[in-house]
Write a protein that binds this ligand. Sequence first.
Ligand code: 5AD
Ligand code: SF4
Length: 462
Amino acid sequence: MNESRKLFVKSFGCQMNVYDSRRMADTLAPQGYVETPAADDADLVILNTCHIREKAAEKVYSELGRVRRLKEAAAAEGRRIVIAVAGCVAQAEGEEIIRRAPTVDLVFGPQSYHRLPQLLAGAERGDKPVDTEFPLDDKFDHLAAPSTAAVRARGVSAFVTVQEGCDKFCTFCVVPYTRGAEVSRPVDKILAEVAQLASAGVREITLLGQNVNAYHGDGLNGRPSSLAQLLEHVSAIDGVERLRYTTSHPRDMDGHLIAAHGALPKLMPQLHLPVQSGSDRVLAAMKRRHTCADYLAIVSRLRAARPDLALTSDFIVGFPGETEADFAQTLSLVGEVGFSGAFSFKYSPRPGTPGADLPDQVDEETKSERLHRLQTAIDQSQAEFNRSCLGRTFEVLFEKPGRYTSQLVGRSPYLQPVQVTAPAAMIGEIAAVTITEVASNSLFGTLARAPAREPSLAGAGA
Ligand code: 5AD
Ligand code: SF4
C-alpha cells in the first residue's frame, strides 16, 4: 500500500478541463494520492491550463508565481512540493514554461495524462519531463475508473468526454492545435462509463466534446454512430434522468440530432450553440462555414422539435475587420434569438492561428466598448428569459446546499440555478418546483405539492 500523499488540482477554462482534472485524480489515486482543497499542504500541485485567450494563459503564469512561493515555504520546512503544468498551455508552450517558470517540475499536454505516474517518477528524480505528444493509443484505455466514493463526492451531475479535438480550424481558435484532430470514443466505452456513474448515484450526464456534435465513434454494430444515436443509447441507461451535450458547432446540427430534442424526454431543453457573430462577412473571415441565416434556420428547426428550448451561445467581438455595421448585426441577432444566456469575449489574437495575421485588427478601446454593449444586450435577453419562468412549475435537480441554511440549490431543465427551501436529504432528487421570485440571475422557488411534469412534447420537428 502506498503512503498517502496530497494532490491539489486547479482547473482553468472549459468543462473538459474539469473532467480531465478528475480523471488525473482518478489515475493518481492508486498511487496513494488523495485530493486536498488547499495548495499549501499538497505534495503535488497540478495546474490544468487553458490557452483559448491570452488572459487565460497569463492567469497561469501569475498562479505559478503563487505556487512558487508555496514551494519555497515548504522547502524551508524540509518538504517537497512537485509542480506540474497540464492542459492546453502546456501543449502549446512545452519547454518554454520551464524556461519562464523554472519552479515547474513537469509539463504534459491533454493527450498525455494517462502517463502521469511515469512522468511523476521522472519529475521526482529531477528530470523535468515535458510530454506534449499526440500518442496513437487511446488515453481513455489507460485511465483508472473513479471510485464510487469519488463519484459521490463530485455530485449528482457528471461530465463524460465523448469526443476530443477539432478539425474545423476557425481562424481565431487554438483548439485544433492544442487538442489536435477530432477523435471520438467508441459507444460501448462511453456507455460503460455512464453506467458506472449512474450506479454510483449520478442523475445528470453532460456529454462533452470540443465539437461534440461531430461525434462519430464506433457504434455497437461496428459502424460509426452519430451523436443522436449515442444520446439514444445513453438515455436508455437506468438511473440517468437527464442528458445534455456541449459544445456544438452549427454545421453539425443535423436532422437526427434536431429530432432527438423532440424525441428524447431525458434530453434537457437547453442547448449551447456558439454563433460567434451575427455578420456574414465576419463569419466568413472566421471560416465558420455558416451564415447568420443558416444559424437562424437551425434555431427555428430546433424550436419546432422542442418549443421550450432555451439557447445559449458564445460571441467574439472585435474580430479583425469587424465594423460597426457588422457589430450591429450581432446585436440584432441577440434580439432575434432571445438567448437564455451567452458568453462574450473580446477577440484575442492567438499566435499561430490565421486570425492573428489578418489586417485590420480592431483596437482595444473599440473591443471593450462593443463588449460592454453586447453584454448589456445579453443580460437583457437573459433577464427576459428568467422573468418568463416566474409562476411556472418545472423539475429541479437538487445539487448541493444553497445560499442559506435549509436551502438547496438545484438546476432547472434550462440550466438555471434555482434556490429552494428543501431538506438536505433531497440532494440528488428531482422534484417539481414553482418559481416564485426572479432576482438578477437567480431563480427562487418552492416545492410544488403535486409532481408536475413539463407538458409532453410529442413529435419531432425536422
Ligand atoms: N479570442 C476570443 N475568444 C475566443 N474564443 C475562442 N478563441 C477565441 C479567441 N482567440 C471563444 C469562442 C469560443 C469560446 C470557447 O471561446 O467564442 O466559442
Ligand atoms: Fe475552435 Fe470550436 Fe471552431 Fe473547433 S469549431 S476551431 S473548437 S471554435
